[in-house]
Ligand binder design. Structure first.
Ligand code: SAH
Ligand code: SF4
Length: 366
């Protein structure tokens, strides 16, 4: 529950709404999971909460530590399936990449999560539980700051297709009574569910990343199918509205580099024309291959040339470093554990298992 929801919950029980702040602080700042330990609440309120509410941490299936400091957790999501959460430490920040759905219905052709199909939405509790668990396990930085400074919805699933669950989570991430993260350090990544971009703009002032991946509709239709519903011009209009609503803060456009598909200099020119003069920055993502995919990663040289062309044409452009390769934690590789009973685009075999069997196809970071 967000602070607002918790206040309503308390009011409906004839309790003072301000107790919501105390409860949030106990859960998220003092990591308490037992109402009896919330000693500044009256005994009767504690008893009431125990009767009507639960604080249930997600069930951890496994933890994997990478050589580069990345950590991946697998959380059970029922029926033999799991979702993944990844921590990526860097010199100046620590980013937690969280999942919002078990699988994804949007079926982007280069994505391991899309290949497993859609199973179900995660609840708000299952999503914020990923953050709470990671904070509990990660030591503070050397300078005493918390390990996690940034949270990105770039794990499994399409967050804007699970809108009702993510809004309370965003609230908890930024609220002073829970994690108090800066709004600029919480990023929702979407493949472009336009009506919900507009909704998000009204409901939560957080950073927005958009998975563009192609500079024209013909190509984007073929690799990001939601484009057929919300084509590029409609999507970009929503992006500029979002930016305008938030003091023209930059929107990040993610662009996965697929060899021979979307990585030519002509594509870079088209992309520059689309974004020139707008509050936009481009983040090139080297494609992370997984077994069964027909795509290949663009060469390091192609990616460099593409980035240079964007910069020459006046755009801010960076290339994402691939991290967590040794623990299958790289972007787009989060497939979780797929039950044999689930029909997937890659056939009936477990996607997670296939990834594991094909470690040799993974390339080192550029
Ligand atoms: N559904 C949301 C967020 C999760 S995916 C979205 O699509 O934005 C996070 C990012 O990883 C997206 O930009 C997605 O396109 C990208 N991605 C998916 N599969 C990938 C792969 N195999 N290699 C590199 N990036 C990938
Ligand atoms: Fe879903 Fe994002 Fe993967 Fe597309 S890239 S299938 S929207 S998780």
């Amino acid at each position: 529950m967000s602070q607002g929801d918790l206040e309503l919950f308390l009011a409906a029980r004839d309790e003072k709404p301000f107790h919501a702040r105390q409860v949030l602080q106990w859960i998220y700042q003092r990591d308490v999971s037992d109402f009896d330990e919330m000693t500044d609440l009256s005994k009767s309120l504690r008893a009431r909460l125990k009767e009507d509410a639960t604080i249930t941490p997600p069930e951890v299936q496994s933890r994997h530590d990478g050589e580069d400091g990345c950590v991946k957790w697998l959380f059970s999501s029922g029926f033999g399936q799991a979702v993944e959460t990844v921590f990526i430490p860097e010199a100046d920040r620590g980013t937690l990449c969280i999942s919002s759905q078990v699988g994804c219905a949007l079926d982007c052709s280069f994505c391991a999560t899309g290949a497993q199909g859609f199973n179900r939405n995660l609840t708000s509790a299952e999503i914020i539980g990923q953050v709470r668990h990671a904070i509990r396990e990660l030591p503070r930085r050397e300078n005493g700051e918390p390990a996690i400074s940034n949270v990105v919805f770039m794990g499994m699933g399409e967050p804007l297709a699970n809108y009702r669950s993510i809004v309370p989570v965003l609230d908890l991430l930024v609220s002073d009574y829970s994690y108090g993260l800066s709004r600029r350090r919480v990023t929702v990544s979407t493949s472009g569910i336009v009506p919900h971009i507009d909704k998000l703009s009204k409901d939560c002032n957080v950073a927005l990343a958009v998975s563009l991946h192609a500079p024209n509709d013909e190509l984007r239709d073929s690799i990001v199918p939601i484009n057929k519903l919300h084509p590029i011009s409609t999507l970009l209009d929503a992006c500029w509205r979002y930016a305008a609503d938030h003091s023209n803060r930059f929107i990040t456009f993610e662009y996965v580099m697929l060899r021979g598909v979307n990585d030519s200099l002509e594509h870079a020119n088209q992309l520059a024309t689309l974004l020139k003069g707008k509050p936009a920055k481009v983040n090139l993502i080297p494609f992370n291959p997984f077994s069964g995919t027909e795509f290949l990663r663009s060469s390091a040289e192609t990616i460099r040339h593409f980035q240079e062309r964007l910069r020459k044409r006046g755009l801010v452009a960076t290339t994402r470093k691939t991290r967590g390769d040794d623990i299958d934690a790289a972007c787009g590789q989060l497939a979780g554990k797929v039950s044999d009973r689930v029909k997937t685009r890659l056939g009936r075999k477990k996607v997670g298992q296939k990834l594991h069997e094909n470690k040799d196809i993974r390339m080192s970071s550029i």
